[in-house]
Design a protein around this ligand. Structure first.
Ligand code: NOJ
Length: 765
C-alpha cells in the first residue's frame, strides 16, 4: 500500500490509547512499525474485544445511540457508518477514550460516492467526461469534505462494470467498459486517499462490490452472476485490480453469487485471488447483512454455519449484521473457528486503523472540539465552482438538428417537465450528506443564465409517472416524489399553453432519483408514459423541442430521438446541475461528453455492448441473409453507440499514422491521428483508440478501448494525438487461463466514438 509511507506525524500524545506505556507513539507509518504495533495490541486483547473489532454498525432504529454507547464501553464495535457530523463522531470517539478498556479508536465510514456535502454528477455522468482531471477533482473535494466531517473511510469507488441498463446501480459506476472504469476507479482512489489515508483531508477508499455485481442476471438487483473465467478476468476483474494497485485500503464484498458461490462465502475470490495472487493487505468488509444472507443463498443451514463460512472465506468485518458478535465466541470454543483466523481478521481491521493514523491521533479527522462547524450545512462548506465545472463536462449532446442549440438568452423559453424544478432528483442516488435544498434546478439555472434578458415560462407538464405502483415504490420510505393532483390532461394543457407562447420548448424528462438506485431495477427502459404523452403534445405545437434528459442509466429513446430537435443527456448532475445544464444550453460551455454506455433501441436487444465478440454468421446490413445473427423485428445496432457525443463545433480525424508496421515483443508502436476543429468555435473532444485481434486462439472482441485523450481545440486548430501500444494492451486470457499476447495482425481504430473510426494495422512479432 503506497499511501502509508509518507505521512506527517501530527501526534496528539494526550489522546494516546491506554496501552501507550508499552506501545507509545509516535507511530511511524511503515509496514514494519505497524505490524509490530498491531501484534502487541492483539496480544493484549480478549477474544470478545477482537470480535468487537470485526463489527461495523450503523446508528438506526435497531442500534440507537444508547445501545452503541454500551457496545463501545464493552469493546463490541470496531467501526461506525452513517454518522456524518463532527459532533456526533466526536461523541462516539470520546466514549471510546473514556469508557473502553483498550481505547482502540473507531473508524467512521460513509457512502461518499459522488460528493459529501457538495454533490457532483453521478459516477456514470462523471465517466461521460472521460476526463481524469475531473475525476481527481471530484475525489479530492469529496475526500476533503468527508474528512472535514470526521470520516475516515468511504464506500467508493464503485467499479462494477455493467452491460445491464436494467440494473439501477449502473448509475453508481463508470459504465460498460473495463478500460475506462479501471482508469476512473484508480484515479478516484489516488485522489481520495492522497499521499496517505492518515492525512487530515484524505479518506481511505473501499472498492466495491467485489466481484462482478454488475452482471446480475436480467439486471435484477442482488441476482445471480454466472460467467466464464475468461470473461471474468478479461472484462470484470481489472477495475477492482486497478483500484487496488492504486492503493485502496478496503474492499467491499458483493452481495451476489458468482458461479454458484456467494461472494461472501467465496474463499477462492477473497483469499486465493485477492490476498494470494493480488497481494491485498487491507480490509475486506461484507455488504449490508450479507453474512445472514448466506442462509437464503442456500450455502449455510444456520447462523453458526454462515459465520464460520464467511470468516473462513475471508470476511474481516461484518456490516450491519450481529452474527459475528453472536456466534463467533461459541465457534471458537467448539474449535470450528481458530484463534488464528480471528486474529487475522482483527489484524486487518487494526492495520487499517493504523494506516488511517488513528493510533497516533484518534481525533485526526476531527481536530479540537472548538473547531467543529457551527452549521454543518453552511453554504461556505460547499465547493460550487468545482461542482459546476465537472457537471458541464459530464453532459452528452445526443442530437442537435440544424443547430437548435445553443439557445439565445434573449429568447422566450417554455421550460416544462417533472424534472425541471426538482431539487432532489438532480442530486442523483447516493447523494451522501448533500442537502437537496442547496441544489440548483434547471429552472433556477436558466433564470440565472438569462438574468432578465429573456423569459422562462415554466410548467410541470406531467408527473414522473402516473402509475400508482411506481409512485408508491418511489415514496415507500419518504415523500421523495411529489405527485401533482391535477389530471394528466390539465397538466399537459398548461404546458402546451406555455409552449405556444415561447420561441422554443425545453423539456426536462427522465427518471426520478429513486428510479436509478440500489434495488431499482427496471424491466422497461422507456420514459414513463406520462412523460411520453407530454412530449408528444409539445411536439404538436410545432415549436422547436429540446429534450433535456435526467436519468441514471441508458434509456430506450427511439421515439424521443425522432421528436426532439435537440437532445442533451445530463444524467443527475448534482448540486450545481441547473447552472451547468444552462451553461451548455446557452452555449457558455460547449458540450464535450461521450457516452460510457451503449444506448439500445429496445430492451429486447440487451445485453448490447460495443466490445462484443464476432459470430460465425455476422449480419450484413447491405446483403441481409436470414441465417445470420440478427432479430427479424429489429435492427442490430444501438441508437447511440459507446463513446458517442456531439459538440457545437465539428472535428475531423485524419487517417491513422503508424510509427512502424510492426510491434516487437518488448517494444512499442505508436498510432497517431491529427484532429482538427473545423467549426466556428472552440471545443473539447475525446479521441478514442480501440484495438482488435482479428485472428487469435479465442474469439476476441470486435474492438476494445485501449486508450483515450481529451483535447481542447480552438476553431481551426489541429492537434496530433499519439497512442503508444505495447504487448500489455494486446493481452487476453486464453483457454488455459494464461494472460497472453499472441503474435499476428492487429487492427487499430481511432475516432471520436466507437463507430466512426480511422483504421490501420500492425503486426505483433
Ligand atoms: C448496501 C450497498 O450495496 C453498498 O453499496 C453500500 O455501501 C452499503 N449498503 C452501505 O450503505
Amino acid at each position: 500500500m503506497k499511501w502509508i509511507y509518507s505521512v506527517s506525524l501530527a501526534v496528539s500524545l494526550a489522546m494516546q490509547p491506554a496501552f501507550a506505556d508499552t506501545l507509545s507513539g509516535p507511530h511511524p507509518m511503515t509496514e514494519q512499525a505497524r505490524d509490530a504495533y498491531v501484534n502487541q495490541l492483539l496480544s493484549k486483547m480478549t477474544l470478545d474485544e477482537k470480535i468487537g473489532q470485526m463489527r461495523l454498525i450503523s446508528v438506526g432504529p435497531d442500534t440507537p445511540k444508547e445501545a452503541i454507547r454500551d457496545m463501545i464501553q464493552h469493546g463490541q464495535v470496531g467501526a461506525i457508518f452513517n454518522t456524518v457530523t463532527r459532533p456526533d463522531i466526536r461523541a462516539m470517539q470520546d466514549q471510546v477514550m473514556q469508557l473502553s478498556r483498550l481505547k482502540i479508536p473507531l473508524f467512521f465510514a460513509y457512502d461518499v460516492v459522488h460528493g459529501q456535502r457538495t454533490i457532483f454528477p453521478i459516477p456514470l455522468g462523471l465517466a461521460s467526461s472521460w476526463d481524469l482531471d475531473a475525476v481527481s477533482e471530484v475525489g479530492r473535494v469529496s475526500a476533503y469534505e468527508a474528512a472535514d466531517d470526521g470520516l475516515n473511510m468511504t464506500w467508493a469507488p464503485m467499479v462494477d462494470v455493467t452491460r445491464e441498463p436494467r440494473w439501477g446501480r449502473g448509475s453508481e459506476g463508470f459504465g460498460e467498459d473495463t478500460f475506462l472504469t479501471s482508469q476512473m476507479g484508480s484515479t478516484m482512489v489516488k485522489a481520495m486517499q492522497g499521499k496517505s489515508a492518515a492525512d487530515r483531508y484524505a479518506v481511505m477508499t473501499s472498492v466495491k462490490h467485489f466481484a462482478a455485481y454488475g452482471a446480475v442476471e436480467g439486471g435484477r438487483d442482488y441476482n445471480t452472476v454466472d460467467m466464464s473465467p475468461q470473461r471474468l478476468f478479461q472484462d470484470y476483474l481489472p477495475p477492482y485490480k486497478a483500484s487496488l494497485d492504486a492503493g485502496s485500503g478496503g474492499v467491499m464484498v458483493a452481495l451476489n453469487s458468482l458461479n454458484g458461490t456467494p461472494a461472501t462465502a467465496d474463499s477462492w475470490l477473497l483469499k486465493d485471488l485477492l490476498r494470494g495472487e493480488w497481494k491485498f493487505k487491507g480490509i475486506t468488509i461484507s455488504d449490508h447483512g450479507a453474512i445472514k444472507e448466506l442462509i437464503k443463498h442456500g450455502v449455510a443451514s444456520d447462523p453458526q454455519e454462515a459465520v464460520r463460512i464467511a470468516l473462513k472465506s475471508g470476511i474481516d468485518m461484518s456490516m450491519s449484521d450481529e452474527y459475528y458478535s453472536k456466534y463467533l465466541p461459541g465457534l471458537v470454543k467448539s474449535g470450528a473457528v481458530t484463534m488464528a483466523e480471528i486474529d487475522d481478521a482483527a489484524r486487518h481491521v487494526l492495520n487499517v486503523k493504523y494506516d488511517m493514523g488513528l493510533f497516533n491521533d484518534p481525533y485526526s479527522h476531527l481536530g479540537p472540539k472548538g473547531s467543529d462547524p457551527q452549521d454543518t450545512n453552511a453554504e461556505s462548506r460547499l465547493h460550487r465552482a468545482e461542482a459546476r465545472d465537472v457537471a458541464r463536462k459530464s453532459m452528452v449532446l445526443l442530437k442537435n438538428w440544424r443547430e437548435t442549440l445553443p439557445l439565445k438568452k434573449t429568447a422566450t423559453v417554455a421550460l416544462v417537465g417533472p424534472l425541471a424544478d426538482s431539487q432532489r432528483d438532480i442530486m442523483g442516488s447516493w447523494s451522501a450528506a448533500g442537502v437537496a435544498k442547496q441544489s440548483i434546478t434547471l429552472l433556477q439555472g436558466m433564470r440565472n443564465a438569462m438574468n432578465g434578458k429573456g423569459t422562462v415560462l415554466y410548467a410541470k407538464g406531467a408527473n414522473i409517472s402516473d402509475n400508482k405502483g411506481i409512485q408508491n415504490f418511489l415514496n415507500l420510505y419518504e415523500q421523495a416524489v411529489s405527485v401533482d393532483t391535477r389530471t394528466p390532461q390539465q397538466m399537459i394543457d398548461e404546458a402546451v399553453a406555455q409552449a405556444k407562447k415561447a420561441d422554443v420548448v425545453v423539456a426536462a424528462v427522465g427518471e426520478a432519483q429513486g428510479m436509478a438506485h440500489e434495488a431499482s431495477s427496471r424491466s422497461e427502459l422507456a420514459l414513463p408514459a406520462s412523460q411520453q404523452k407530454l412530449l408528444a403534445a409539445l411536439k404538436a405545437t410545432g415549436k422547436p423541442l429540446v429534450i433535456v434528459l435526467m436519468n441514471g442509466r441508458a434509456l430506450t429513446l427511439v421515439n424521443e430521438d425522432k421528436l426532439a430537435d435537440a437532445m442533451l443527456e445530463t444524467w443527475f448532475s448534482g448540486t450545481e446541475g441547473g447552472n451547468a445544464i444552462a451553461d451548455v444550453l446557452f452555449g457558455d460551455y460547449n458540450p464535450s461528453g461521450k457516452l460510457p454506455v451503449t444506448f439500445p433501441r429496445s430492451v429486447g436487444q440487451i445485453p448490447l455492448y460495443y466490445n462484443h465478440l464476432p459470430t460465425g454468421r455476422p449480419y450484413n446490413f447491405e446483403k441481409p441473409n436470414k441465417y445470420t445473427s440478427h432479430y427479424y423485428d429489429a435492427i442490430n445496432g444501438p441508437l447511440y453507440p459507446f463513446g458517442y457525443g456531439l459538440s457545437y463545433t465539428t472535428f475531423t480525424v485524419s487517417p491513422v499514422k503508424m510509427s512502424s508496421r510492426t510491434l516487437p515483443r518488448n517494444g512499442t508502436v505508436e498510432a497517431s491521428v491529427t484532429v482538427t476543429n473545423t467549426g466556428k468555435r472552440a471545443g473539447a473532444t475525446v479521441v478514442q483508440m480501440y484495438l482488435n485481434d482479428p485472428v487469435a486462439s479465442l474469439s476476441r472482441p470486435v474492438q476494445e478501448l485501449r486508450g483515450f485523450k481529451r483535447i481542447m481545440l480552438q476553431a481551426g486548430e489541429s492537434q496530433t494525438v499519439r497512442f503508444k501500444i505495447d504487448a500489455e494492451a494486446l493481452k487476453f486470457w486464453n483457454q488455459k487461463m494464461q494472460h497472453v499476447a499472441e503474435p499476428g495482425k492487429f487492427n487499430v481504430m481511432i475516432g471520436l466514438d466507437s463507430v466512426r473510426t480511422q483504421d490501420a494495422q500492425f503486426d505483433y512479432l
